[in-house]
Design a protein around this ligand. Structure first.
Ligand code: PSV
Ligand code: MN
Length: 406
């Protein structure tokens, strides 16, 4: 492989006073968690188009997540959704993950599919339903202990469809009380991340509709509670990178659910529709990472149910997109940017970001991958591997999945 591109980039970074070895070291430490449910069949309410090679059980999901990690080198953990991924023996599941080169990441309690949650879970007006939802969370805390997971990732479908349907303030109070019960059960050194979403399935109101509500709950609960930003959960036009910066400054940005969308929620692979927005988010994250006065502990997780693309290939594409945007953000000339900001030079400042976004980081990523013992081109290498054809042969006649299409 010619290293001309790499040399050119090294020159560009030199001119921006950026140490290329530091950039490489950071890229090698990057870690993106993939979701078990992103490997299973999924669909819309209009139908599910099944794929013969999709994961049909937890073993398949670990295999697939392991494959993504094997080809990218930066996807070492997998998030689980309970009960979609429920098993009897968690130590066996942990070993299965390890056998695929993975650790078990965030545990997501699912309190939205059981028909008992028709009117909500933590916000249900029925005390026994709220208790059932709390119990599911406590079960997930036990799973965290058994698997070594240190994140409880919380999202609620709770909401209403019509004005007057429910008492909004009471629902908030019930939420607070249930979250506090779960918080009290969290083992030390672990975190609960509270995810917000403006609509769906509730079409009139959602109980945790935006980052301000999630932050309010987190602040009341304590240091082990933080906010999770899912890129698909905002109204159109919302400035997500601003929310990211704000939450970082409050010490409350706990994690991400990366995905992209054109219209509604998490339908598309990361950066496919709006790569510049993803870059601007990574720019804020990187600015904080490089600031010695700012501490962060952010879980970078993917939450996608890409329905039509082949699952593993799409996940490799996703992870690589996060890597690419992180690399570009690492090429921002932050000294110059600060100077332009100080001088009120709007065009100069913006051009710093545009220059970084336009920087060709592919040769750098190829070198990083080779130094990590990987193929420089993960998607082509995966396509060459024959893994998908093998999975299609082995899995075609197995039923199951566990996920949005289950
Ligand atoms: C809800 O839309 C969400 O973003 C939550 O994170 C869920 O756990 C996930 O998608 C899967 O339904
Ligand atoms: Mn999500």
């Amino acid at each position: 492989m010619s290293n001309e591109g790499y040399e050119r980039l090294a020159g560009q970074l030199g001119a921006r006073s950026i140490d290329i070895n530091d950039v490489k070291a950071r890229l090698k430490r990057q870690a993106i968690e993939t979701p078990s449910w992103g490997y299973a069949d999924s669909g819309t309410r209009f139908g599910v188009f099944t794929q013969p090679g999709a994961a049909k059980n937890l073993a398949h999901k670990f295999e697939d997540a392991g494959t993504v990690h094997k080809f990218t080198g930066i996807a070492p953990s997998v998030a689980l959704h309970i009960p979609w991924d429920k098993v009897d023996d968690w130590s066996e599941a942990k070993q299965m993950a390890e056998a695929n080169g993975l650790v078990i990441g965030a545990i997501n309690p699912n309190v939205f599919q059981d028909p008992v949650y028709k009117y909500g879970s933590f916000a249900s007006h029925e005390a026994d339903i709220r208790k059932k939802a709390v119990d599911r969370h406590l079960e997930c805390v036990d799973i965290m202990k058994a698997t070594g997971s240190d994140i409880l990732s919380l999202w609620y479908a709770d909401g209403t469809n019509y004005p007057g349907q429910a008492d909004l303030r009471k629902r908030k109070q019930w939420f607070e009380a249930c979250l506090a019960e779960v918080y009290a059960a969290l083992p030390s050194g672990t975190r609960m991340l509270i995810e917000y979403k403006l609509f769906e399935p509730g079409f009139y109101h959602t109980d945790i509709a935006d980052w301000g509500m999630a932050l309010t709950f987190a602040n009341k609960l304590g240091d082990q509670a933080q906010v999770l930003v899912d890129l698909g959960h905002h109204a159109h036009g919302v400035n997500i990178e601003h929310i990211v910066a704000f939450l970082i400054d409050e010490g409350r940005l706990g994690g991400f659910h990366f995905n992209d969308r054109r219209y509604a929620d998490d339908d598309l692979t990361v950066g496919s529709s709006n790569p510049y927005q993803l870059f601007l988010i990574y720019d804020q994250l990187t600015a904080a990472e490089l600031d010695p006065d700012t501490e962060t502990d952010i879980a970078y997780m993917v939450d996608q149910s890409h329905n039509l693309k082949p699952k593993v290939e799409a996940m490799i594409q996703t992870v690589v997109m996060c890597q690419r945007m992180y690399a570009k953000a690492l090429t921002v000339d932050r000294t110059l940017l600060a100077k332009y900001q100080e001088a009120g030079d709007i065009v100069g400042a913006e051009e710093c970001l545009v220059a970084a976004f336009n920087t060709d980081v592919e040769p750098l990523l190829a070198v990083v991958r080779e130094e990590m013992g990987l193929d420089p081109d993960p998607i082509t290498a995966y396509r060459r591997s024959g893994i998908l054809a093998q999975a299609e042969k082995e899995r075609a006649n197995i039923r199951g999945g566990g996920g949005l299409g289950a």
